[in-house]
Design a protein around this ligand. Structure first.
Ligand SMILES: NC(=O)c1ccc[n+]([C@@H]2O[C@H](COP(=O)([O-])OP(=O)(O)OC[C@H]3O[C@@H](n4cnc5c(N)ncnc54)[C@H](O)[C@@H]3O)[C@@H](O)[C@H]2O)c1
Ligand SMILES: [Zn+2]
Length: 361
């Protein structure tokens, strides 16, 4: 009897397991694929001292190299990508070798992009160590880095060969980072999982004390929600766009405040903006915003933008988001909690008041 959960994600050209274990980095599901391949573990200077040795030791039959980068979203850029690529070149990695990401979404996205671009694509494994990366970023194959003009502007779809989650690695995660991960969990509730939204509301205290069984359940459910969407639409031609609920607003908040808000915090606030806009346009009831605010606040997440950023600045940044088509905003809005849809052609004049209502400055 084992207490791990495995979720299999099946795509057209790839299928891979997400292994969720309460207190181990469990490679047994993929051990047969490891052979004698060279391994490069990419991590950062916060996570490496905590977990790099443990993870390196798991690759008993492999030659293991490390690439430890500086910690922070501001390092999710071409320079860090170049550092990984140089390490692969220096150690003569070829198409049969393997990259491993060990860290949060920043390390996962960058490592994935290095794997996508080195020799036109080599295999990689995600070992996510933040809640946000465990429930969202590590699953689904979106990889990339930021450009000074905006987040994730450079990237590729490249699926990992496995996602290995050790829930107990969250014990060292700062509480603010943990809560930011909950911001993305709430997102699934807003998109199409109203029942899960209520489940989160009912388990706030257990989640906050990181009760192991509850966290296993939370992470497994979110991975399953994401897998279901990605299986339907791997490269975001349709339904996968719903996963961007709160994100066009959120990316603008992150860029405008120079990353003062964490990604999950910005997404939470972005959902409040989306709910407000949905209500103003008559798509949903005004009460949805309040329900969202209550749950965000229960996890100490912000519901007003506390900064001297203006609504116009946010709007300008929203236009540089990848989702703007011919100057018409394409936004994810809500008809009800758990009833998100793609709204085309939303106008600036409609968006501004909704932004304004979330600024406290
Ligand atoms: N690819 C996708 O589908 C996708 C989805 C969502 C978000 N993202 C991206 O993910 C990034 C955000 O990821 P994040 O929230 O994980 O941030 P992050 O990677 O910056 O990690 C947050 C902080 O926690 C530290 N940390 C990580 N694991 C730790 C642990 N176990 N103990 C102690 N400290 C730990 C990190 O070093 C960092 O300081 C953004 O760049 C976002 O664009 C990608
Ligand atoms: Zn996100």
């Amino acid at each position: 009897m084992t207490d791990l959960t495995q979720i299999d994600i099946a795509l057209n050209n790839s299928a891979y397991p997400i292994i969720i274990h309460p207190d181990l980095f469990d490679l047994s599901a993929i051990r047969s694929q490891l052979g004698g391949r060279k391994i490069m573990i990419v991590s950062n200077d916060t996570v490496a001292p905590l977990y790099l040795e443990t993870v390196s030791d798991l690759f008993v039959d492999n030659k293991v190299f490390n690439c430890v980068l500086e910690d922070g979203e501001q390092y999710k850029n071409t320079q860090s990508w170049q550092v990984i690529i140089d390490a692969l070149a220096n150690h003569q990695f070829n198409r049969s070798d393997l990259l491993v990401s060990l860290g949060g979404g920043v390390i996962g996205d960058m490592t994935g992009f290095a794997a996508a671009s080195w020799m036109r694509g080599i295999d990689f494994i995600q070992i996510p160590t933040t809640l946000l990366a465990q429930i969202d970023a590590s699953v689904g194959g979106k990889t990339g880095i930021n450009h000074s003009k905006g987040k994730n502007l450079i990237g590729a779809f490249h699926q990992p060969k496995a996602v290995i989650i050790n829930v107990s690695s969250l014990n060292t995660l700062p509480v603010r980072e943990f809560n930011a991960g909950i911001g993305e969990a709430i997102k699934y509730g807003g998109i199409n999982q109203a029942g899960f939204f209520h489940w989160l509301s009912e388990h706030v205290d257990d989640i906050k004390i990181k009760k192991p069984g509850i966290l296993m359940q939370l992470i497994s459910q979110c991975c399953q929600f994401k897998a279901d969407v990605v299986e339907q639409d791997e490269t975001e031609q349709g339904v996968r766009a719903l996963l961007n609920l709160g994100h066009t607003f959120g990316h603008a908040i992150e860029t405008a405040t120079n990353f003062k808000y964490l990604h999950g915090e910005a997404v939470g606030l972005g959902m409040v903006m989306a709910a407000e806009l949905s209500a103003q346009l008559g798509y949903c009831e005004a009460g949805i915003r309040k329900m969202l605010e209550n749950l965000l606040q229960a996890f100490d997440l912000p519901i007003m933008l506390d900064s001297n950023v203006t609504a116009n600045t946010l709007l300008t940044l929203m236009k540089s988001d990848k989702k703007v088509i011919n100057d018409q905003h394409r936004l994810i809005l809500m008809k009800r909690l758990g009833g998100s849809f793609i709204a085309e052609g939303v106008k600036d004049s409609e968006i501004l008041p909704a932004l304004q209502s979330c600024l406290s400055g």
